[in-house]
Design a protein around this ligand. Structure first.
Ligand SMILES: [Zn+2]
Length: 256
């Protein structure tokens, strides 16, 4: 019986120990839970970074397209000519004809230019403006003689700024007209600008396809002196557009 009691005491002691251990573990476990780190917060997904819309940039104004006209073919009504863009010595327009207007000596122009010049002179007469065609077509040879004459009588500078250059004059194209008063007053002179004939031409020539080619203040662009008597035929449509633009050929066609 003593042995049983002894066992019983040990068993009880073991049971108590086990209970104590279990309780201890429970407490430790509770502490452990309390001490657990809070769960890492689920990271909020970073919103997609949307790029700030770029400020709207106004597009650069597109330069006016260069009008599509033929500035280079010899027979083109809009053939551009200058010392930089000359024409050959042998060029003679294929459709020259005598112009039926008031002249001192017979003058020729290309057919279309002649038609429109005649119309213009008639319209001027209707407005009591009486014009004279002082000079129309001039051949390469005539240009060379004129250039030589001006060089000798007026000097090299003068000869370099008037339209006497062989191969570089609109007169050789048959598309230029030097226009003055009926009676020849102030012919090829600046005093022509004092006459109503000059004013009428400035206001009306474009309606007939003719433009004042070397206006005042344009020598730096054309290389030619102000020539209020010199008109150029470019055709009705182009003359109207150039007149409307307020530009000269070099500016309107962007010719460098
Ligand atoms: Zn001229």
């Amino acid at each position: 019986m003593d042995a049983f009691r002894e066992y019983k005491g040990k068993i009880i002691t073991i049971i108590v120990l086990i209970i104590a251990i279990v309780i201890g573990l429970i407490i430790l476990n509770l502490k452990s839970c309390a001490g657990r780190k809070k769960p890492e917060p689920t990271p909020t997904p970073t919103p997609e970074v949307t790029a700030e819309p770029l400020p709207t940039v106004e597009p650069e104004p597109t330069p006016e397209p260069t009008p599509e006209v033929d500035l280079t073919s010899d027979e083109s009504i809009t053939r551009y000519i200058s010392q930089k863009y000359p024409i050959s010595e042998s060029y003679v327009p294929s459709d020259l004809r005598t112009v039926n207007v008031h002249v001192s000596k017979p003058q020729q122009l290309r057919s279309e230019a002649a038609d429109k010049l005649e119309e213009m002179f008639k319209a001027a007469i209707d407005d009591r403006i009486y014009l004279k065609l002082a000079s129309g077509y001039r051949s390469y040879r005539e240009q060379a003689d004129l250039h030589s004459y001006y060089t000798q009588t007026r000097g090299a500078y003068y000869a370099s700024i008037v339209d006497d250059h062989p191969g570089a004059s609109e007169h050789q194209l048959g598309l230029a007209a030097d226009i003055g008063c009926w009676n020849g007053a102030c012919e090829l002179s600046y005093c022509f600008t004092n006459y109503p004939d000059y004013t009428w031409l400035k206001e009306n020539s474009w309606k007939y396809g003719w433009i004042e080619r070397y206006p005042e203040g344009t020598q730096s662009l054309t290389g030619m002196a102000y020539s209020p008597w010199h008109y150029r035929y470019v055709g009705i449509d182009e003359a109207a557009k150039i007149h409307e633009s307020g530009k000269i050929m070099e500016q309107y066609y962007n010719i460098q």
